[in-house]
Design a protein around this ligand. Sequence first.
Ligand SMILES: NC(=O)c1ccc[n+]([C@@H]2O[C@H](COP(=O)([O-])OP(=O)(O)OC[C@H]3O[C@@H](n4cnc5c(N)ncnc54)[C@H](O)[C@@H]3O)[C@@H](O)[C@H]2O)c1
Ligand SMILES: [Zn+2]
Length: 394
Amino acid sequence: MPDPSETSLDIQFSVPFVHRLRVTDDVSREDLPQLLSVIEAGSGDRAKVLLIAERSLAEPTTRIADQLGQANRIDLVDAPVLVDGGEDIKNSSTTVDLILQQINQLNLDRRSYMVAIGGGAMLDAVGYAAAVAHRGIRLIRLPTTTLAQADSGVGVKNAINHFEKKNWIGTFAVPWAVINDASLLQTLPDRDFRCGFSEAVKVSLLKSEAEFSWLCENADAIREREAVASKRAVHRSCLLHLKHITHGGDPFEMLEARPLDFGHWSAHRLEPLTHYRIRHGEAVAIGVAIDTIYSSLKFGFPEQDMRAVCKCLDRLGIQLWHEELTPIERLMQGLEEFRQHLGGRLTITMLRGVGDPIDVHEIDHTTMRKAINQLQQIQQELAVSHEPKVGSKG
Ligand SMILES: NC(=O)c1ccc[n+]([C@@H]2O[C@H](COP(=O)([O-])OP(=O)(O)OC[C@H]3O[C@@H](n4cnc5c(N)ncnc54)[C@H](O)[C@@H]3O)[C@@H](O)[C@H]2O)c1
Ligand SMILES: [Zn+2]
């Protein structure tokens, strides 16, 4: 008979992870050494590297490839793989399959590196392929949108969509390194540049009153793509997300709350309802506004701050209404999908004040309906405030 103490074992263990973040001005030119510095060659080996990039980033990617090709401890296994970006890449498994085929044909292994250059959607899909091939190939992310630099780049998740639900297939995987490079944002259209800051507003509302005030004061400069203000906003948001992941105690979301998903229950529902015509950042802005208004109606979040949140998102240049928000009952199905994604009881993060989150397990549908109606009113008021005044000069 085995000793009973050896047949029923619950042993806690932890695995040390390192999160590597580098912030650069132009990684395809003078800052390339920063990329080289995170690629380790094994003992005596040359590191195998495969570059995968969105087509719109072909130019800087070619420059990076040319220089990596000359580095003597790097074995660039093939020409960069160019893929289409945007949410479509997550709506089928086509790109994931293509990347898995490349990994197989090029004999990449767990000590090889995939360098992914693209927006949040592309990084999610490529990250998923990297995570499941050989149970994990080293992934270096070079995010190319404000949203991906401010949030998802340092995230430890990847996914593609399935069953018309966001992120239904995916894994948790810590990236090998993340390089937030300012020059890669230059070609980003204004719409994508602006909506990424909704995640910065979100995380500031959860974590930092000072950061929220700063964003409100600098929203116009950020909308106009002023370099210093935008760079600071992206970096502070990235650090707040990174700190939550590395020091928040629950990087793989085993517990019931997902505070970084503030505003996301409705955002994740709105995205498929619009057939992904709305951007994730735009849906998040609407979701953050809805839950902030609900917080003001239900948890004493000050009305003045609630109006400041809507105004800040509006001044960043993001629309706070979409026609698919109604009928409201259809949107509310997002609450159950949000619960199912994690399992257990419904847990939604709301706010008592800026920097003062609270987890709640029930949503009062009548109040939520009121909040959504109030958002429509606020959006109309904000739209009127943008119209040129009759008789005003210029
Ligand atoms: N894994 C996570 O932790 C996490 C966190 C937040 C969001 N996300 C996911 O990220 C996705 C949204 O990412 P996003 O906001 O970066 O949008 P996106 O990846 O869809 O990119 C937006 C558009 O910009 C294009 N683009 C990207 N970089 C460009 C550049 N430098 N120049 C020109 N065009 C460029 C893309 O091709 C696309 O058309 C969503 O799928 C969301 O679910 C994941
Ligand atoms: Zn998000």
